[in-house]
Design a protein around this ligand. Structure first.
Ligand code: SF4
Ligand code: SF4
Ligand code: F3S
Length: 266
């Protein structure tokens, strides 16, 4: 381990719920332990590192200095721009401050999850903190967007392994998302698609058609307008995904999905 090069990574947390990290650590192919112990040197992450306080800040600054221009910056969460950024402070400094500092020497930035990519729940109306995604603040670095609330753990792990293996970012679409995971709509790989094509729909969540497993489009499924790999990769090590569990896709990897209606009114 001492002689093997491991890609230096700084993983920042701003306005978020940490479920992107939770998703990542559950990837089982590749196993995250292998990535962390063999492929990367995760020098700073508030949720997984043993150090805290001044030690943690020192580790981050050491990496920024020693690997200037060579480390990968991962960002989980949005940046509050309102009230001079005071809604999210770490070590007495605003998230905006931390982001600008860490981005300066980064080779590339990975925006984990919908928070970092489009503001997600904090950015929903009325967006009291002025939650802002990473690409609207940092304009001079390559940014890979991995939207989803959270993104699929195996897709997150695969992105890192791709970078470590090939030394470059994967092919991205015009939105900055890896084509391998966001090239198709959930609708394109959904196992209920034959029912959609045949015009067979659940009309309510508990009718006979729902029990038959018919298409969930009429009960609000957003699969036809959502780009993600849930239908093919699935979740929990390939066990299932929202539609397989009986609920339509709420479009969690698309911008503004909170404002576009995952909720019910009675
Ligand atoms: Fe949590 Fe969703 Fe934000 Fe990830 S994108 S940190 S899962 S709220
Ligand atoms: Fe498309 Fe949703 Fe129907 Fe699946 S359940 S076929 S994603 S509309
Ligand atoms: Fe999200 Fe839809 Fe997949 S809600 S987890 S993109 S099926």
């Amino acid at each position: 381990l001492e002689t093997t090069y491991r890609l230096p990574v700084i993983w920042e947390h701003y306005q978020e719920c940490t479920c992107c990290s939770e998703s990542f650590i559950r990837s089982d192919h590749p196993i995250v332990a292998d990535i962390i112990l063999e492929n990367i040197s995760l020098d700073y992450t508030e949720t997984l590192m043993a150090a805290s306080g001044h030690q943690a800040e020192a580790a981050k600054h050491d990496t920024m200095k020693k690997y200037y221009g060579d480390y990968i910056l991962c960002v989980e969460g949005s940046v509050p721009m309102g009230a001079d950024g005071v809604y999210c402070t770490i070590a007495g400094r605003t998230a905006l401050d931390h982001l600008k500092e860490a981005a300066e020497g980064a080779k590339a930035i990975i925006a984990w999850g919908s928070c970092a990519c489009n503001g997600c729940v904090q950015g929903a109306k009325p967006n009291p903190t002025d939650a802002t995604p990473i690409h609207k603040i940092i304009k001079n670095k390559p940014i890979v967007k991995m939207p989803g609330c959270p993104p699929i753990g195996e897709a997150m792990a695969a992105l890192i392994v791709h970078y470590v293996t090939f030394g470059r970012l994967p092919e991205l679409d015009r939105m900055g998302r890896p084509k391998a995971f966001y090239g198709k709509r959930v609708h394109d790989t959904c196992y209920r698609r034959p029912y959609f094509d045949a015009g067979l729909f659940a009309e309510t969540f508990d009718d006979e058609n729902a029990k038959e497993g018919y298409c969930l489009y009429k009960v609000g499924c957003k699969g036809p307008s959502t780009y993600n790999a849930c239908g093919s990769m699935k979740w929990n090590n390939g066990v299932s995904f929202p539609i397989q569990s009986g609920h339509g896709c709420i479009g969690c990897s698309e911008a503004n999905f909170w404002d576009n209606g995952p909720f019910y009114e009675r």
